[in-house]
Design a protein around this ligand. Sequence first.
Ligand SMILES: Cc1cc2nc3c(=O)[nH]c(=O)nc-3n(C[C@H](O)[C@H](O)[C@H](O)COP(=O)(O)O)c2cc1C
Length: 446
Amino acid sequence: MMAQLDARGELLVVEEEIDLVHDLSALLSLTHDTLAVRANRIKGSDMPVFGNLLLNRERIGMALGVEAEAIQSTLLESVKKPVPPVLVSDAPVQQEDFTDGVLARLPVPTFFAKETGPYISAGMMIATDPETGLGNASYARLKILSPTEALIGIAPNHHLAIMARKAMALGKPLPFAVVLGAHPAIQLAACLYLGLGDDEMHCAGALLGEPVRVTKCLSSDILVPADAEIVLEGLIHADKPIEEGYVSEYHGMYEDYGVGVLATFHRMTRRSDAMFQVIEPGYHAEHIYLGAIPIAASLKAQLARSILNVGEVAVTASGSGRNNVVVQIHNPRPGQARRAMAICWGAVSIIKNITVVDGDVDPWDTEAVELAKATRMRAERDVLIVTDLPADRSEPQESGGMVAKIGYDATIRQSDRKEGFDKALPPQASYDRMRAVLGRAKPQER
Ligand SMILES: Cc1cc2nc3c(=O)[nH]c(=O)nc-3n(C[C@H](O)[C@H](O)[C@H](O)COP(=O)(O)O)c2cc1C
């Protein structure tokens, strides 16, 4: 993908030496919604760093080989028709093998002023359920504590946290692997909200159009993508809590979650020319979109079970890529907008504000959605506030574990206006004639 971006002039290659403490973060922050970055010289490390790849829907479409409009249906198909991975022995990610002080070998950045240490932010965690043997892939942050120890910050309801607690109940730490630099399609699959036991790696195979090439870790039976850049092999100790301090969240502010748990690392394998992946955390485009796009697809799957005329579902960047959802419904029937709200609130705890729009409004176009709210809604009738719903712990306005949620029904009711909702525009024939005039006009006349 980096070669593709380079060819399009969308890759910034930095040859000047960059400091890992705050400077790399500032570089990625400045370019977060425009340029992919590869920093070739990192102070104190011989490994290049890259980031800002999946920073909008177009880039995600590029990673999946489809137009932006087809991302949602492509993700949904991947859940319906999963493709199991294939085990290979020629794994580039195992070209080099290290067993001593492995975390100290990585160029891990310190991102933000109030955070208390360097974080691995692009770590895709892979683990196997100790009871069922089924696999799971997801993202979580690792704060480096020593060359072999890190704090892992996982929300208690995430599948990885559940698996780590199951292992603890059996008196053992949970073996896991941290993958950096896997194919972007694999990264997207890891962010899908699936049922416990549904394996994200099988969805990744469907997205790639071929089975993911996986290889066995050198110290466990965990299967990792064979073509990734780096794999860390370690253990999660759910019985060893560690205070974290302030950490950034997707909404762009700090959170104090109290404790995370200990993760220890005894092995690292990597490509001989490995690059280190960084996702600029907080309210930055790649962090926003990598979460938002799979959440939107997962919501669409839930909605489509009972609302057959549901269209595209958007989780918008202006809603921090997590909190705000726009649901498009084609020719909605009375009551369907509120039903859609209830389904979204029930499906994903992080969702707060929901807007329902008609089929002629692009839910990803924030201005079009605002216009629909301004022109198609009567606040006293079409706004629904539900108080005291459970809040995700990352919710910016969470109080006592609860928050109020709001739904806006911005769909047309024909009876609202005697003039109707027709758009005031010239007739089609005039457009056709004037398009022809524009086509013939010289550039300076345009
Ligand atoms: C870049 C990125 C970083 C993330 N970091 C964390 C994190 O530090 N802690 C966490 O609990 N969830 C984090 N998440 C969210 C989880 O990965 C996501 O909710 C995932 O679907 C949970 O996995 P599960 O569905 O298997 O429970 C992150 C997501 C992304 C895209």
